[in-house]
Design a protein around this ligand. Structure first.
Ligand code: NDP
Ligand code: ZN
Length: 352
């Protein structure tokens, strides 16, 4: 065991604060990683505030981790000390069920192990995430960071990137498709870049007038201000797909109406119930589909890292020190993120 510095949520009504946690000695298939950067996902905020009713405290958030290998267990074959690697939202799964065999470990029939807030399958301790100096992860769940990729701006690919890429690939989004991306935050801005790289015509739906120019800079072909009823009506029956990244309850009926017949609305943002409810007619009369998608498998995440390196796609990041995480959470709540906070973990070492 090694004691390491971290930042944790201690209660749903408290700011994040320092905590010392134990990291296990590497098991034979483990990789020990010194964390260099960690992205700040809206899920970290949901989890810290117990929005999903799952949280046990104290919990160290963070699942967009980039770091350097410091030690490996005896059975590890793909990594060696000094390698630069990534860890996303999963650190384990059963590896034997149909989903794991299909390389979609996120749908493991025996529940995948989240990077933070899950019980470790071997020793039962609760997993703790990337707002910390180091982490120890089974080799299968460790990604290779492609040569030359900018590391801080690649960290969010490990969640924001794969969560948007996986449904785009699953539904075969390509040239000739019209796609709407709802909410331009961390996930949304990656959704725009990735859908453009796959050839789709992309429209951003945002509440924020000040994001119009930025959306175009990310490659969006069109922008609709979602609070403007006239603009929403003007795009009725236009899109093949909607990628919905909004993290709070919202009315999806106007977005369903903007889909063509046979169009698909893909929820990635909201886990809780929809309010107001979906009008059945918005689905039935046009054979529309309401779908959901959860992160992406390990092989697909590696494919995406390589795709991003090849197409020169990175996240727009604002670097912060670990000590500024509570301010970053406040800004995230207001939708004021352009477009991902990434923690420089050197800040944790220098002050604690
Ligand atoms: P961000 O906070 O970075 O972005 C969310 C965006 O949604 C905002 O920028 C804003 O865009 C829009 N938004 C925010 N609040 C509201 C509101 N009250 N009404 C309407 N729109 C709003 O979050 P992330 O991109 O990091 O995450 C988005 C959601 O996706 C979170 O709920 C997160 O938990 C979830 N998630 C899901 C995953 C999955 O596997 N399915 C994986 C990772 C995250 P604008 O200003 O353009 O309107
Ligand atoms: Zn995330």
């Amino acid at each position: 065991m090694t004691e390491v510095n971290a930042y944790a949520a201690h209660a749903d009504d408290q700011p994040l604060a320092p905590l010392t946690i134990d990291r296990r000695a590497p098991r034979p298939d483990d990789v020990a990683i010194e964390i260099l950067y960690c992205g700040v996902c809206h899920s970290d905020l949901h989890f810290a505030k117990n929005d999903w009713g799952l949280t046990r405290y104290p919990v160290v958030p963070g699942h967009e981790i980039v770091g350097r290998v410091t030690r490996v267990g005896d059975d590890v074959t793909r990594f060696k000390p000094g390698d630069v690697v990534g860890v996303g939202c999963m650190v384990d799964s059963c590896r034997t069920c149909a989903a794991c065999k299909d390389d979609v470990e996120q749908y493991c029939l025996n529940d995948f192990t989240m990077t933070y807030g899950s019980d470790d399958r071997h020793d039962g301790t609760m997993t703790q995430g990337g707002y910390s100096e180091s982490i120890v992860v089974s080799e299968h769940f460790v990604l290779t960071m492609p040569e030359g990729i900018d590391l801080p701006s690649a960290a969010p690919i490990l969640c924001a990137g794969i969560t948007t890429y996986s449904p785009l690939r699953h539904y075969g989004v390509r040239k000739g498709h019209k796609l709407g991306v709802i909410g331009m935050g961390g996930l949304g801005h990656m959704g725009v870049k990735l859908a453009k790289a796959l050839g789709a015509e992309v429209t951003v739906f945002t509440r924020s007038e000040d994001k119009v120019e930025e959306a175009k800079r990310h490659g969006a072909d069109h922008v609709v201000i979602s609070t403007d009823e006239a603009q929403m009506k003007a795009v009725a029956e236009t899109y093949d797909f909607m990628l919905d990244t909004v993290p709070v309850e919202h009315d999806i009926n106007p977005y369903l109406a903007a889909l063509k017949y046979d169009g698909t609305h893909i929820m990635v943002g909201l886990i809780n119930g929809l309010e107001p409810p979906v009008q059945g007619a918005n689905l039935i009369f046009k054979r529309r589909v309401l779908a959901g998608s959860l992160i992406g498998g390990i092989a697909e995440t590696q494919e995406l890292l390589n795709f991003c390196a090849e197409h020169n796609i990175t996240c727009d990041v604002e670097m912060i020190d670990m000590q500024n995480i509570n301010e970053a959470f406040e800004r995230m709540k207001k939708g004021d993120v352009h477009y991902r906070f990434v923690i420089d973990m050197a800040s944790l070492k220098s002050t604690t």
